[in-house]
Design a protein around this ligand. Structure first.
Ligand code: HEM
Length: 295
């Protein structure tokens, strides 16, 4: 392929007008998430919904809906069983993810996984983007141009990562309390229940209020962002959401390798059903939790 690079970096819009432009009106699609990443996310959100539902039933066990749910599955013992089942599956998914990072970053010394433009680690640009976004909201500046992960996507990621460590370790400390009692004083085991319960509540509020709004209910994604389900996004979406990544991949000649098929209609329908079901369950849980908490 001839090198058509101008000396100064072209803007994303200029890129659209050159080699990356859709030809003859055809929409091009690019891969954003691999099948493995989508599978881990699906495992994460299904088990999280299960943990949130069963956890809230235990926490608000006096409420009408918690008692009805317990009756439906055979009592609060069964609720705890499903909670632990989801916890084990989620822990496995988390460990697979951590192992993947360790292999890529430490064993294979993959450049940039911790500090590169693809990285989930926050950097100075994220701070500038956050401030720039506020300025843009107020009509005082241009819209910031994002790399592969915008600052709020990194925030969502670390909120879940950190939450997994805190909720997971406190959950296992309760589950295997006699074992942990060898290392922890009695008061710490009591504190663990409070930490687990409050962090669980925080996770529910964060995921079902902030993450859902950030990801799915934004003007450009409303009513649902399908990319985590189908794995692909259109060129227009790519350019709007992550123009700096688009531009970098174009300059490095890696854009073509990301080209993917448009999602099939069954994939879109399947994603819609799964996605809307998850959002509906999440919002219902949010309402039940808030009414039980303040009721
Ligand atoms: C690895 C992950 C997890 C493990 C191992 C775990 C384990 C447990 C265990 C063993 C209990 C029962 C405590 C008891 O006997 O009273 C419990 C309760 C609970 N869990 Fe989890 N859990 C995990 C994740 C979560 C998540 C992600 C949430 C919320 C989204 C959550 C929310 C709750 C709540 C609200 C309770 C009830 C606490 C209370 O009675 O106040 N858990 N968990």
């Amino acid at each position: 392929m001839p090198d058509l690079e101008p000396t100064a970096a072209p803007t994303a819009e200029q890129a659209l007008a050159t080699d990356a432009a859709p030809r003859s009106g055809e929409t091009r699609y690019f891969l954003r998430f691999t099948a493995g990443q989508r599978f881990l996310h699906a495992t994460l959100f299904t088990t999280f919904l299960g943990l949130a539902a069963t956890g809230m039933c235990m926490r608000f066990s006096y409420s009408v809906w918690a008692r009805a749910a317990a009756r439906a599955v055979g009592g609060f013992g069964a609720i705890l069983f499903f909670h632990k089942l989801c916890a084990v599956i989620l822990t496995l998914a988390f460990l697979i993810h951590v192992k993947d990072i360790f292999t890529r970053g430490v064993m294979n010394r993959e450049r940039g996984i911790f500090w590169g433009p693809d990285s989930m680690v926050a950097n100075w640009k994220d701070v500038k983007d956050l401030l720039g976004h506020f300025r843009w909201f107020l009509g005082q500046g241009p819209r910031p141009q994002f790399e592969r992960y915008a600052y709020w996507e990194k925030f969502d990621y670390w909120a879940v990562f950190w939450g997994m460590v805190v909720i997971g370790s406190s959950g296992y400390a309760m589950w295997f309390a006699p074992f942990f009692a060898h290392f922890l004083p009695g008061w710490a085991l009591n504190a663990v229940l409070i930490i687990h319960s409050e962090e669980g509540l925080l996770a529910i509020l964060f995921i079902f209020a902030i993450h859902f709004v950030n990801t799915h209910l934004r003007p450009h994604s409303f009513p649902m962002d399908m990319v985590i389900f189908t794995g692909v996004e259109s060129e227009e979406e790519f350019l709007h959401r992550h123009p700096m990544e688009f531009e970098r991949m174009r300059k490095e000649g890696k854009l073509e390798a990301l080209l993917a098929h448009a999602p099939d209609s069954w994939q879109i329908n399947f994603s819609r059903v799964v996605g809307f079901t998850a959002i509906a369950i999440g919002l219902t849980l949010l309402v039940l939790t808030l009414t039980a908490y303040f009721g």
